[in-house]
Design a protein around this ligand. Sequence first.
Ligand SMILES: Nc1nc2c([nH]c(=O)n2[C@H]2C[C@H](O)[C@@H](COP(=O)(O)OP(=O)(O)OP(=O)(O)O)O2)c(=O)[nH]1
Ligand SMILES: [Mg+2]
Length: 316
Amino acid sequence: MSASDEPLPEITVVAGIIRDGEGRLCLSRRPEHKHQGGLWEFPGGKVEPGEALDVALARELHEELGLDVTGCEPFMTVRHRYPDLKVTLHFREVSRYGGEPHGREGQPVEWVPLADVTERAFPAANRPVALALRLPQEWVVVPEGLDEQAVITGLERLDPQRQGVYLRNWSQGPSLSRLAAVCRERGLRFWIRDDMALAVREEASGLHLSRRALMAASAAELGGFAGVVSAACHDSRALERALALDIPMAVVSPVAATATHPDVVPLGWDGFAALTEVRPLVFYALGGLSPDDLTTAREHGAYGVAGIRAFWPGVD
Ligand SMILES: Nc1nc2c([nH]c(=O)n2[C@H]2C[C@H](O)[C@@H](COP(=O)(O)OP(=O)(O)OP(=O)(O)O)O2)c(=O)[nH]1
Ligand SMILES: [Mg+2]
């Protein structure tokens, strides 16, 4: 057996997304002599055998930063293969803690504004998490059959902190400019379908590629887009295509059965997890879900949930 055939060591790590009152993130710098030394990280460390993730995170953040963590929720999971090590990184949002973080092991610790986080040099596994921090946890597809005024009313009720919107059926046609203006004015992140020139012109936050556009796209062309490109994916072929094009976000469906596609076999959460595992993208789960499925989605490799009617603000 040659060295390259030997199985890589594998570790499970838990790391904290810790914010202060101004929304800045707590980052620390890894000591030079450690794996990925000198790079910035979300504080945390290895999970011990049989240890629950919450317990491991509280222990690590106490050891490394002197924090007392009393609440945390799943944020996202990234699986990454370094040349010398396979890591499963469970990132968790720290929702309640006491104390002020300080480097108890001599490591530099800083509060970094969200806009500056991507400037820091991170280990390669952190790429999806650095992007996810800037993305909404709910990706809302505008339902069909509404008139323009009803869409505007809905857009005005979405929460820009938590939600982004896909102007799917409105991506072409005369209403688009008016709807895009409402989104920009409200600071609501919005995606346009397939047409990159239009997405640039409307200053869209994102360009969402249907399967057909995904298969036809070129990396050179997409590289010129400053926003976030996402891809509609139903199978590993589409995901491989997205990876080859360096697309950072994928909307994977259908997780559950939907009325709109009764003939399609749903992935189920296990199928979703199998499809997304070991692929360094930011995933949204779509199909038969509601906003209440966020935690389940995050436990199966997604960062966010996507949907149509169950996410669209009701008109009362
Ligand atoms: N904490 C943390 N580790 C990360 C991140 N990104 C990333 O690739 N890693 C990798 C680097 C390491 O291989 C591994 C974390 O292991 P570690 O050496 O910090 O573990 P530990 O805190 O338990 O330290 P030790 O007791 O083994 O010295 O995960 C990240 O954002 N935060
Ligand atoms: Mg550590």
